[in-house]
Design a protein around this ligand. Structure first.
Ligand code: GTP
Length: 231
């Protein structure tokens, strides 16, 4: 039997040295390496959640000189993970990456899920995530981990599994609703020969041709979002 593999795009952000690469290595191989090379541009890996569910991980470079490249990797991200080094200035890192996400909102998938990770718990076992950050509701998970000791890495993996499955469900539902809207709109259209033609181009999205038909505002918006993410 042939099973369709579903893929989710995850992008890691964080300052250079925050431990993004080490977290990915801990998650994938359960190992920790002191001498990790600086990431240049971005590193790409696949993390398998289940036989038919895979996460495509883009581990971006934290160094400032690579920042202009971030939009290339972050385009249509479905999950964003921000990594903060608890051994450095936390507020500065948080404000910087939170602002980056807000400023680039239109770049990501409309349903993007956000995860915030504080790394290097092993350096300070008494560390507590600041209350004002805990209250930031845009993040589905805010957690403290250590790539070195493996602290909370299982919790992170579990949360990722759940988030990915939820995301795939939402994506399937949205696509189903989209198809229904499309069919309804098309059948309304065939009953109304005097319809306004709002779109006369012949672009095809997921096999549907948007030509000479009345497209309602919701459908247009949906079309634009999908178009943005598949080109
Ligand atoms: P860039 O590639 O420059 O973006 O950095 P990065 O965020 O990928 O950091 P990386 O994973 O390369 O780790 C940077 C340094 O932090 C390395 O020397 C790691 O050994 C160290 N490091 C990473 N995670 C931990 C941790 O949990 N605890 C401690 N003590 N050190 C860590």
């Amino acid at each position: 039997m042939c099973t369709m593999v579903k893929k989710i795009k995850l992008v890691l952000f964080g300052n250079s040295g925050a431990g993004k690469t080490c977290i990915v290595q801990r998650m994938r191989y359960n190992t920790f390496n002191y001498d990790v090379n600086l990431t240049i541009g971005a590193a790409y890996t696949i993390y398998t959640v289940a036989d038919n569910i895979k996460i495509e991980i883009w581990d971006t470079a934290g160094q400032e000189r690579f920042h202009s490249l971030l939009p290339l990797y972050a385009r249509c991200a479905e999950i964003i993970v921000v990594v903060i080094d608890i051994d450095k200035n936390i507020d500065e890192q948080f404000l910087k990456w939170n602002k980056y996400i807000q400023d680039n909102e239109t770049l990501f998938s409309p349903n993007v899920k956000l995860i915030l990770i504080f790394n290097k718990h092993d350096l300070n076992n008494d560390f507590e995530i600041p209350k004002d950050i805990v209250n930031q509701t845009q993040f589905g998970l805010i957690t403290l981990v250590s790539a070195k000791s493996g602290y909370n890495i299982d919790k992170l993996k579990l949360h990722l599994d759940i988030t990915v499955k939820k995301y795939i469900d939402e994506r399937a539902r949205a696509s189903h609703e989209y198809r229904n809207n499309f069919n309804n709109s098309n059948s309304n259209n065939s009953n109304n020969n005097n319809s306004n033609i709002e779109n006369s181009s012949n672009d095809t999205i997921f096999g549907y041709t948007f030509s000479n038909m009345k497209v309602n505002a919701g459908l247009l918006e949906c079309k634009e979002k999908i178009k943005k993410c598949i080109i």
